[in-house]
Ligand binder design. Structure first.
Ligand code: ATP
Length: 335
């Protein structure tokens, strides 16, 4: 049997890393019926549609997507399609496993980092509600709801139960945003009380940033609203060697779209040097979601073997190989 999957190459380094990930996933022997759906900034500017219908139609059919990054203009231009897609399909849980890989000379290579970030994916300041009150005075509205906060907390605690993780840290700034972050915290506490066997603690986001850098090995599951989740994800990526190696999953009740933490990295696009590890690890998450656990383990094992051998890694993690050489090495290592 073949699994239908929507492949969205995206733009910037997206097409390079998603092509590499597709080859590595295919090399596991699992049969995937890839449906290519173009979604990139050129297309959006040309059609004026931020979420072309073909992408939604395909994802409605397949229910599973592997997505490269799509560039978002800064301070103006069209709104983020990455955010729009998450909202449209109600992909409310953004799940990002951050794990040390063997052989990477990061600043923290002497500690074993293994945490999973659960970032609320549909509201907060990402609601994009901004208003110019009078010239030079702008307000932005932070939206926090009980519904969204409870469901991301449930998602994180249920995950902890399923994979036997022991500690959840909710991250907030409720000392300042007493109502908005206060509501988020109350919801986390309510869910935590239903899971008394899981250790629960709360950290103010600035303190969490420091603790993550001082003692990253002590963190297990991080539970955050949308904006802190975005910032803390990049911080955590930095702890294990950078954005090139951290995958992510956007999960809803009906659809799942797997997408790396990194963006379109225009500075290195088209040069053949992007690290496709994050997208390949998205492939591992996707194979796990499809219940192809053997293939997921084989792909994960191959990636780890290539890192451990230190011969075919890309420049962002201190190596000298191209995207193509790294991909070839991973495929050769799949057992
Ligand atoms: P966005 O705001 O769109 O999420 P970002 O702020 O996370 O984007 P990126 O586009 O991911 O930024 O790039 C940040 C830096 O990390 C860039 O210098 C880029 O070259 C580097 N980088 C990101 N992804 C990779 C990758 N897969 N391989 C190598 N370098 C990468």
């Amino acid at each position: 049997m073949s699994y239908p999957v929507t492949l969205i190459p995206g733009d910037g380094i997206g097409p390079e890393v998603s092509h590499a990930a597709r080859r590595a996933i295919d090399a596991t022997g699992v049969s995937i019926d890839w449906e290519i759906a173009e979604l990139n900034s050129d297309l959006i500017l040309k059609t004026g549609q931020s979420l072309p219908q073909n992408v939604l139609v395909s994802l409605d059919r397949t229910r599973v997507g592997l997505k490269g990054p799509v560039s978002t203009p800064i301070a103006g231009g069209f709104s983020s399609v990455n955010v729009a897609l998450r909202k449209k399909l109600d992909l409310y849980a953004n799940v990002r496993p951050v794990r040390s890989l063997p052989g990477i000379a990061s600043r923290f290579s002497d500690v074993q980092i293994d945490m999973v970030i659960f970032r609320e994916n549909t509201e907060d300041l990402y609601a994009g509600i901004e208003h110019e009150v009078v010239p030079d005075v702008v307000t932005g509205i932070k939206v926090i709801t009980r519904t969204a906060s409870i469901r991301i907390a449930e998602y994180a605690f249920n995950f902890a139960d399923r994979v036997r993780r022991k500690r959840v840290a909710a991250i907030h700034k409720a000392n300042i945003m007493k109502l908005a972050d206060g509501l988020f915290l109350r919801c986390c506490r309510e869910v935590a009380a239903r899971h008394p066997h899981i250790e629960y603690k709360e950290l103010i986001v600035d303190n969490a940033a420091m603790q993550l850098v001082m003692r990253p090995e002590e963190f297990d599951i991080l539970l955050l609203p949308n904006l802190y989740g975005d910032i803390v994800s990049d911080l955590c990526a930095g702890l294990v060697g950078g954005l090139g190696i951290v995958p992510g999953a956007n999960m809803g009740d009906t659809h799942a779209v797997f997408e790396a933490v990194h963006g379109s990295a225009p500075d290195i696009a088209g040069k053949g040097i992007a690290n496709p590890t994050a997208m390949m690890l998205c492939g591992v998450l996707m194979l796990t979601h499809l219940k192809e656990l053997g293939a997921a383990n084989r792909l994960q094992g191959a990636i780890e073997a290539v890192y451990a051998a230190k011969k075919h890694t890309t420049g962002d993690v201190g190596g000298h190989s191209s995207t193509e050489e790294f991909t070839g090495a991973v495929i050769a290592a799949i057992k």
